[in-house]
Write a protein that binds this ligand. Structure first.
Ligand code: PGA
Length: 263
């Protein structure tokens, strides 16, 4: 895993945007896997700015979001469809028909899971999957104990996740306890993965994901098995990493290697 430690969340967003733009320039029909939550918000803001400045176009890009709440329709302000439209899709030049989010209010969310897998396959697979990480190490809504080879399906959310996401719901408002999420096996099939984490509340999860044993109890730890993962994290999230000096050293060498031999 390539570990890039940067000063603050804004640097993380910039570097994440660089990676996305680089891919889209190389492949204008790229398929992006997208995440919600607070972490990628500044990445989306940065990409919107670059799109406005015509540095990148999403005209032929297709996107698949990781997850959605079961029971919320896309127009619900807490749904991930609403979040994506509001924070990203409505502000860039993407075709809305090319943006996919699992349908949370479908009559049969189990069937939605199977159909979502088919849609990803039909699109040719995901070129770059963006991931946040939960305090408990979850990726998407794949909570600890999720099968490391799971596919898109319904997951029961943990109390930690429900508690962490409470802040987005008004007092007394219905908060779903189920999500429909790409599986860990689905995520692992992405050609490239970008894991973003910022802030001290993620220190423990990042330590476990990057340097801990591979275990279903920290779903993000399975990323150690992926051939092309970049973890872009800020200093606060990197605080407990044992091999920090090595990651900085690797990065400096990487820059030299790229200068000499290209990417
Ligand atoms: P956050 O959520 O970005 O809001 O911290 C990350 C996640 O739960 O995957």
């Amino acid at each position: 895993m390539e570990v890039i430690i940067l000063k603050n969340p804004s640097d993380v967003a910039q570097r994440g945007a660089d990676l996305c733009v680089e891919l889209i320039k190389k492949k204008p029909t790229a398929v992006l896997g997208l995440a919600t939550g607070s972490t990628p918000l500044s990445l989306y803001e940065e990409l919107v700015k670059r799109c406005e400045r015509k540095e990148v176009s999403f005209k032929n890009v297709r996107t698949f979001n990781l997850d959605e709440y079961v029971g919320l329709e896309g127009s619900h302000p807490q749904s991930y469809r609403y979040y994506m439209d509001h924070n990203f899709f409505d502000k860039i030049d993407i075709e809305k028909a090319n943006t996919f989010v699992p349908q949370g209010d479908a009559k049969n969310p189990v069937a939605v899971g199977f159909e979502y897998e088919n849609q990803i396959t039909k699109a040719g697979g995901i070129d770059l999957q963006i991931l946040g990480i939960g305090r408990n190490g979850h990726i998407g809504f794949n909570e600890p104990s999720s099968s490391l080879s799971s596919r898109t399906r319904i997951k029961t959310l943990t109390e930690t996740t429900i508690g962490d996401n409470k802040r987005f719901f008004r007092q007394g408002e219905f908060q779903p306890g189920l999500g429909i999420t790409m599986g860990i096996g689905t995520i692992m099939e992405a050609k490239q993965i970008l894991l973003l984490a910022t802030g001290e509340q993620k220190t423990e999860a990042i330590k476990a994901a990057v340097e801990g044993p591979i275990t279903a109890m920290c779903p993000a730890s399975v990323l150690q098995m992926h051939r092309k993962v970049t973890a872009i994290i800020d200093e606060a999230a990197a605080e407990d990493l044992h091999s920090k000096p090595y990651y900085y050293w690797v990065l400096s060498q990487q820059q030299k290697i790229e200068k000499l031999y290209g990417r």
